[in-house]
Design a protein around this ligand. Structure first.
Ligand SMILES: Nc1ncnc2c1ncn2[C@@H]1O[C@H](COP(=O)(O)OP(=O)(O)OP(=O)(O)O)[C@@H](O)[C@H]1O
Ligand SMILES: [Mg+2]
Length: 332
């Protein structure tokens, strides 16, 4: 059953910053979708748009259907209900945003009190149970954030995201600030929780290796577009789009923080979304670009066995009347 369907999502920040451009995605209940791409490719913007958390003045178009209802047009009361009981976000760097002057147990209990209308005693008990579910003793509920390690704080954030029993968890770089060992533990925890409760998961990371290891499907974003989407392992090991290829080559092993801003084998930077290049936005960095790539933008299209890619060369490999690369060059 489809849990989330995103159709032609467009997000433009004030000043003409086209951060998300025509994204289509689908997530079934219990499915795990990874979203990858270099810094600035629009991953967090996509996550924020799903729950209408973008700053005022941002233009948003398209549809975000959660259980068939469009989050982008629903009333604010309904949006608030969705944010608590429908879908929860673990934000990028969120473990630093716990309130330092409140005990973590109280911070987990707060949404249960407010949104599930539980009594304080019940909320407290549930907070303890949630801590145990994320691998912390219930007694840690009385700790303040500074008394916990980074990994423990991230576990608390995950407990908060689970507090109102959402059906979809959106995890934006949930482990980036953690060391590799702890990162692996947190990823296993997220996987386990998602499997136990048949939750949908959207996991965002610049690190393709992490996503290939954790997710069922993988979407690779570049300059606000999904340029490739398909089964996670296949995309990681045998990408079709030259950007996805370069990105997977840049992340040969899980959790290498050094490759974050300068992936190996991928010179240059993603474009400024306020001044995108003509044609395919990747063409200035693409090692196999054709002349046509500077002119024609490429739509995401079927590329065999549950895969989609947005590259003129990929079109050439799909059976049927598609043009060959030579045809594309000469414009026939
Ligand atoms: N509030 C904002 N106003 C204007 N531009 C913004 C705003 N937030 C983000 N942007 C721009 O939108 C683009 C996409 O940003 P976004 O945060 O979605 O990228 P990202 O893929 O999550 O990157 P990272 O890996 O660094 O987290 C960037 O060029 C960024 O500068
Ligand atoms: Mg981000």
């Amino acid at each position: 059953m489809t849990l989330l369907q995103v159709r032609n999502l467009e997000v433009t920040y004030p000043g003409g910053v086209a951060a998300v451009r025509g994204v289509d995605l689908r997530l079934a209940a219990g499915q795990k979708l990874g979203v990858a791409g270099e810094s600035g490719c629009g991953k967090s913007t996509l996550a924020l748009a799903l729950l209408r958390l973008l700053p005022a003045g941002t233009r948003v178009g398209g549809e975000v259907l959660l259980d068939g209802e469009d989050v982008l047009t629903m009333r604010w009361g309904q949006v608030r209900a969705v944010r608590w009981a429908g879908a929860s976000i673990v934000f990028q760097g969120a473990m630093h945003s716990l309130n330092p002057v409140h005990r973590v147990g109280d911070q987990i209990a707060e949404p249960i009190l407010l949104h599930r209308k539980a009594t304080p005693a019940v909320a407290k008990k549930q907070a303890g149970e949630l801590l145990e579910r994320v691998g912390l003793p219930a007694a840690r509920a009385t700790a303040y954030p500074h008394e916990l390690s980074g990994g423990q704080r991230q576990r608390v954030m995950i407990a908060m995201a689970l507090a109102c029993a959402p059906r979809l968890i959106i995890a934006d770089e949930p482990t980036t600030a953690l060391d590799v060992m702890i990162q692996a533990q947190i990823l296993r925890l997220i996987e386990q929780l998602v499997a136990e409760q048949d939750l949908g998961l959207i996991m965002i990371s610049h690190d393709l290796a992490v996503l290939a290891d954790t997710c069922d499907r993988l979407a690779v974003m570049y300059a606000g577009r999904v340029v490739e989407e398909g089964p996670a392992r296949t995309v990681y090991e045998d990408a079709l789009h030259p950007y996805a290829k370069a990105l997977s080559a840049a992340f040969p092993r899980i959790g290498d923080p050094a490759s974050r801003f300068a992936p190996r084998g991928l010179p240059g930077d993603p474009p400024d979304p306020a001044a995108l290049p003509s044609g395919c936005a990747f063409h200035p960095r693409c090692p196999v670009a054709l002349d046509v790539c500077a002119v024609d933008d490429q739509e995401l299209r079927e590329a065999g066995a549950g895969r989609r890619a947005a590259c003129v060369r990929v079109q050439a490999t799909v059976p049927g009347p598609a043009a060959t690369a030579e045809d594309a060059r000469s414009g026939t």
